[in-house]
Ligand binder design. Sequence first.
Ligand code: SAM
Length: 290
Amino acid sequence: MSPTPGTPSGTLGSGAEQPDTYERSLAHWAEQGRAGMEAFYALASEDYRQMVAARNWSADLRRVARDSRVRALDVACGSGKFPAELMRRGLADALAGTTVEVDLLDPSAFSIAEARSVLGPPFVPAAEHEVRLQDLDPSHGDYDVAWATHALYAIPPSELDAGVARMVAALRPGGFGAVVQATTTSHYLRFAELFRAAHSPAGTPFTSAEQVAASLVAAGVTPSVGTLRYTVGSTDRDVVEGFLQRCVFDDSVPLSRMEADGPLGEYLAGCRGPEGYRFVQDVHVLTWDV
Ligand SMILES: C[S@@+](CC[C@H](N)C(=O)[O-])C[C@H]1O[C@@H](n2cnc3c(N)ncnc32)[C@H](O)[C@@H]1O
């Protein structure tokens, strides 16, 4: 299946014919998916706390600033959780007058509007690119920094080399790139694979950090790799159900059915304990200097 950017043809998981991964992503990154998005971030906000705490991002930005100005590309900007967490942790003070002009890239107009609405100092919203990364016009370049944080899962593995090559090419010589992505041992990827096997075996799998690293190498970059391991969880079954459904962009399968589902159920049983559900996340922070 070759999805077309900007055409959210997928339902939120209720249709008889299951749309593929990218279409389900786009259908959920829309106003009709707002409640699911908020349910997801009840647990997934931890992703952004962890990644921002893991690195001295202000030093990275200071290093690539020119004339107290950084030109940034936020790839698959989603609802802007990464810049929001950087702001919350005092990036404006750390940059002391340097502004970060952010171009927002996402095939979802909803995501671009959400991300734009959260940007405040030191960030200044700049251009908008309502396209898939694979389709970014190569004339958009000369960025000082480009980042993609928990952002590349819905790029089909077969198109990942093309997408990552666009991101690499968008950086100027001397620029800095970063991708934060879950590995195959993380909850995100393990759950997605087991869910796919049970409910949409013909669907396109999510891409992993390992695949992103290979695509970076194919694009001529040797990334440095930082690793993060942390757990997220809840005792509230509604919260867990909302989180899990959003993990796979499918609201049609209740938690009780997932729990009864062979290997998927066994995996979930392993995540369950006296303190409710706990999910282990293994995440790579891939960075490179051009
Ligand atoms: C989990 S969000 C990213 C979170 C974001 N980095 C943040 O800081 O909040 C994933 C985003 O990827 C976008 N997306 C899906 N497929 C894409 C593609 N091929 N190229 C670029 N973005 C894509 C979705 O529309 C969605 O907005």
